[in-house]
Design a binder for this molecule. Structure first.
Ligand SMILES: [Zn+2]
Ligand SMILES: [Zn+2]
Length: 277
């Protein structure tokens, strides 16, 4: 499978010369295998994905982790929604009092967006998931609720023995009384265990995190501890803080890894980077 990052910024898009290296688009990662297209999150990065999508691909799958605006803001600009020959399958969690389709309709409605959900041309299938296991064209996919404000899932996506896990917004240090030592009760462990490639929240430095405990995101240091606990092979730091320039981001990661044991390959997520498994 081919895995492409279309957006790895957190919270809001941040274009500009100081952020060109890692990119300013929000959460969107694509997995391709044959004609199968899985898209994790519909952040602003999905707009460019839609532009570059092979026109012969007429069925796509969007797997939403949650409905925070940075993870859905690109949906209205995703080209296949306006093609009557396309089928778009959407997976995601319901809210506590609203169905997934009701939550999507809130975004696709004035004053947030001029086109209503029912006016989209594509055939759209909605699948509500929670702690679920399902299949898409030979992929086995598990979703599981994560420690993050509001209903939020992470995904584990398996094909032919290769595993990609996606948890862009995640604060596992809150979910366990003995983080990072205990696998039991550790948010996200089950779906990241021994993954070949894990996309994981690494938004903050240690000092930034100390002032933002409970906001739903991880320090780079906690992300590394989580990766060690889960015995992943490679981790892509994701959901970069919108205030961090490329220089600040690299300096933060350099400082965060000093003196730490890292049992896996660690990379900083970069827009347009491609991985193969
Ligand atoms: Zn986010
Ligand atoms: Zn979020």
């Amino acid at each position: 499978m081919k895995i492409t990052i279309w957006g790895c910024r957190g919270s809001m898009p941040t274009p500009g010369p100081e952020k060109n290296k890692y990119g300013g688009n929000t959460s969107c990662v694509q997995i391709e295998h044959g004609n199968t297209c899985l898209i994790f999150d519909g952040g602003s990065g999905i707009q460019e994905l839609g532009q570059q999508l092979d026109p012969d691909i007429l069925e796509v799958n969007i797997l939403l982790t949650h409905l925070h605006i940075d993870h859905i803001m690109g949906l209205g600009y995703f080209k296949p929604f306006y093609n009557p020959e396309c089928t778009v399958n959407i997976w995601g969690p319901a809210g506590s009092s609203e169905s997934l389709i009701e939550r999507l309709r809130r975004y696709f409605s004035p004053p947030f967006f001029p086109v209503r959900f029912r006016e989209l041309s594509a055939k759209i299938n909605i699948h509500e998931i929670d702690n679920s296991t399902f299949s898409i064209d030979g992929f086995t996919i598990k979703s599981e609720y994560l420690c993050h404000p509001g209903p939020t899932v992470g995904y584990r996506c398996e094909l032919g023995g290769s595993v990609v896990s996606f948890m862009p917004d995640h604060e596992p240090s809150l979910g366990s009384s003995d983080f990072p030592n205990l696998t039991e009760w550790c948010s996200g462990y089950n779906i990241s265990k021994e993954a070949d490639l894990l996309f994981h929240d690494g938004q903050y430095s240690n000092s930034e995190y100390d002032r933002r405990v409970g906001w739903g995101h991880s320090s780079v240091s906690d992300a590394i501890d989580f990766g060690n606990l889960s015995k992943v092979k490679k981790m892509v730091l994701f959901h970069h803080d919108p205030a961090h320039t490329d220089v600040q981001l690299e300096a933060m990661v350099d400082k965060s890894i000093q003196g730490k044991t890292i049992d896996f390959d660690l990379v900083i997520g970069k827009e347009n980077d491609v991985f193969y498994l």
